[in-house]
Design a protein around this ligand. Structure first.
Ligand code: SAH
Ligand code: SF4
Ligand code: F3S
Length: 469
C-alpha cells in the first residue's frame, strides 16, 4: 500500500520551499509595494482546483492577487485543451497581452495547464508568442516557485513540459476562491483513453490520493466552516485502484459522510463503466451526499460508444439510471453528450435523442465533436458537415429543454434546502438545490454561505425562482 512512487520527493519539496523564500527576498528588494498576480483558469473543476494551488503558491511567494489585468505584474493563464474552442480562446487572450508586454518589459507572462502539456502547442507559443516568459506543463505545477524565481532573477525564457505518468504533491499551499464551497481532488489523471479525448495524454495516468489525507482534509474543511465539499476526479468511480489503497470510492464516501458537521458532499465525474450499484446504494444511504449524479453518456448508439471506447452500451447506461432513480427517487442526473463523433450517422444520433428522452436529465452539457491532435478519433473519416452537426446539436438541445422544463415545472411549490452562494445580475441571491439546480430568490446578502429553506414559486426551464421561508 504505497503511494510513494507518485509523490513528489521530500527533497524536491524542500527545494521549492527554498525558491519560495528566494522569491520573497527578491520581491522585498525589488518592488516598493506588494506586486500583484492575475491568475485565470479555463476548463474543468480539476483545473480550477490546480488554479487554487497556483494562487496559494504565488501568495506564499509574496504576491497579492488581482482580478485586473492592468494592475498585474505577473499574468498566468491555466489552460484547457479539451476542445478546439477552449484553445482558441487562450490564443486570443494571450495574443492580446503582446501590447501589454511591449509597454511594460517587466511584466511576466506564464502559461500552464493541459493545453501547454501538448508539445505542438508549446512549440507554437515559442515560435509565434515569443513574449511569453514561462510555459510549464501539468506534471510540474509544484515547481512554480522555481520558475518564478528563475524568471525574475535571470529573465530567462522557460519551457518545462516533461512527459511522464504524473505526480502528486501534498505540500502545496492553497488559496481557496470560496469561503464555503471547497474542491477536494481525490485523484488525478485518467486511464480510460476514450478515443476522442485529450485528457489522458495531458494529465498522465490515473493516481489516487491517500484516503487518510483526503479524510483529514475534509475534516479540516468542515472545521473551517466549509458547507460543501466537491470530490474531484476524471473518473471517481475508479478511485483507490492505483495505488491500491484497499478503499474504493463508495467506502471513501462513507468515511467522509461520517465526519460530524453540517455540510454537503458532491462529487464528479462518474464514468458509467465503473459506476456500481454499491456506489448508488451508498449515495442513497449517506445523508450528507447530495442526491445529484453527473453521469456522462456521450452517445446513445452502441456502435458509436464502441468507437469511443467507452466500455458500456446504451442499455447498460439506462439500467444504471433506472436503478439510481429506484434507490433515490429524488435524484437529479446530469450528463455530457457529444454530437457528431466521426462516422456518426443520423440513425446513431436518433438513438442519442431516444436515450435523452428516457433519462429525465435535469441538465445536459452538449458538445459538438472537436478533433484533438494525437487521439485515435482524429484520424477517422468524418464525412458529416459542420452545418449538419449544428442542426443535430440544436435538435438535441430542444429535446433536452423540454425534458428539463417538465422537471423544473414539477418542482413549483416544493421547498428545497439551498446553499446561498452568490448574487445574480438582478440582485437576487443565488443558490443550488441538492440536485444542483440554480434557484434565485430575494434575500439579504448576509445569507451568503448559509443553508436556507426556499420554496419554489416559478420555473424557468433551467433555473428556479423562489422565496425564502
Ligand atoms: N472524465 C469525464 C469527462 C471529462 S471531459 C468523463 O469521462 O465523463 C468533459 C466532457 O467534454 C466530456 O464528457 C465530453 O462530453 C466532452 N469532450 C471531451 N473531449 C471532447 C472532444 N474531443 N470533442 C467534444 N467534446 C469532448
Ligand atoms: Fe476523457 Fe474518457 Fe478520461 Fe473522461 S474518462 S477524461 S472522457 S478519456
Ligand atoms: Fe480541460 Fe484539462 Fe480539465 S483538458 S477539461 S482542463 S483536465
Amino acid at each position: 500500500m504505497s503511494g510513494e512512487k507518485f509523490r513528489v520527493s521530500p527533497e524536491e519539496t524542500a527545494k521549492q520551499k527554498e525558491y519560495t523564500e528566494l522569491v520573497r527576498a527578491l520581491i522585498d528588494s525589488r518592488f516598493g509595494s506588494k506586486p500583484l498576480a492575475y491568475v485565470h483558469t479555463y476548463g474543468c473543476q480539476g483545473n480550477v482546483s490546480d488554479g487554487e494551488y497556483i494562487k496559494g503558491m504565488l501568495s506564499e511567494m509574496g504576491y497579492g492577487l488581482t482580478d485586473s489585468l492592468d494592475d498585474a505584474s505577473l499574468i498566468l493563464y491555466n489552460t484547457c485543451a479539451v476542445r478546439e474552442h477552449a484553445e482558441d480562446r487562450v490564443f486570443g487572450n494571450v495574443g492580446a497581452l503582446k501590447n501589454k508586454k511591449a509597454e511594460n518589459k517587466d511584466l511576466k507572462i506564464f502559461l500552464c495547464g493541459c493545453m501547454m502539456q501538448q508539445p505542438h502547442i508549446a512549440e507554437k507559443i515559442r515560435r509565434s508568442y515569443s513574449f511569453v516568459d514561462v510555459v510549464f506543463g501539468t506534471n510540474v505545477i509544484h515547481r512554480l516557485p522555481e520558475f518564478v524565481y528563475k524568471s525574475l532573477s535571470q529573465g530567462k525564457k522557460i519551457t518545462e513540459i516533461p512527459s511522464g505518468d504524473g505526480v502528486i504533491s501534498e505540500e502545496m499551499p492553497i488559496h481557496r476562491d470560496s469561503d464555503y464551497k471547497a474542491w477536494l481532488p481525490i485523484m488525478y489523471g485518467c486511464n480510460n483513453f476514450c478515443t476522442y479525448c485529450i485528457v489522458p495524454y495531458v494529465r498522465g495516468r490515473e493516481r489516487s490520493r491517500d484516503p487518510d489525507i483526503i479524510v483529514a482534509q475534509a475534516k479540516e474543511l468542515v472545521a473551517q466552516g466549509y458547507k460543501e465539499i466537491t470530490l474531484l476526479g476524471q473518473n471517481v468511480n475508479s478511485y483507490g485502484k492505483s495505488p491500491d489503497y484497499g478503499v474504493n470510492f463508495a467506502s471513501l464516501l462513507r468515511r467522509i459522510n461520517a465526519i460530524e458537521g453540517d455540510f454537503r458532499i458532491r462529487f464528479m465525474t462518474s464514468h458509467p463503466k465503473d459506476c456500481t450499484r454499491e456506489l448508488l446504494d451508498t449515495m442513497a444511504e449517506c445523508e450528507k451526499v447530495a442526491k445529484h449524479l453527473h453521469l456522462p453518456f456521450q452517445s446513445g448508439s452502441d456502435r458509436i460508444l464502441k468507437a469511443m471506447n467507452r466500455g458500456y452500451t446504451a442499455d447498460k447506461y439506462y439500467s444504471l439510471v433506472e436503478y439510481a432513480y429506484k434507490v433515490m427517487p429524488e435524484l437529479s442526473i446530469t450528463a455530457d453528450v457529444i454530437v457528431g463523433f466521426p462516422g456518426e450517422t443520423r440513425e446513431d444520433f436518433l438513438k442519442t435523442v431516444e436515450l435523452v428522452k428516457k433519462c429525465g436529465f435535469t441538465s445536459m452539457f452538449t458538445f459538438i465533436y472537436s478533433p484533438r491532435e494525437g487521439t485515435p478519433a482524429a484520424k477517422l473519416p468524418d464525412p458529416v458537415s459542420r452545418e449538419e452537426k449544428g442542426i443535430w446539436f440544436r435538435e438535441l438541445l430542444s429535446v433536452q429543454e423540454e425534458v428539463a422544463s417538465k422537471r423544473t415545472a414539477a418542482s413549483v411549490g416544493r421547498v428545497y434546502r439551498v446553499l446561498c452562494d452568490g448574487v445574480s445580475k438582478a440582485g437576487l441571491i443565488e443558490g443550488r438545490t441538492e440536485g444542483n439546480i440554480i434557484i434565485e430568490f430575494p434575500a439579504d446578502k448576509s445569507v451568503l454561505g448559509t443553508y436556507r429553506d426556499v420554496e419554489v414559486t416559478e420555473s424557468l426551464t433551467w433555473i428556479l425562482r423562489g422565496r425564502m421561508i
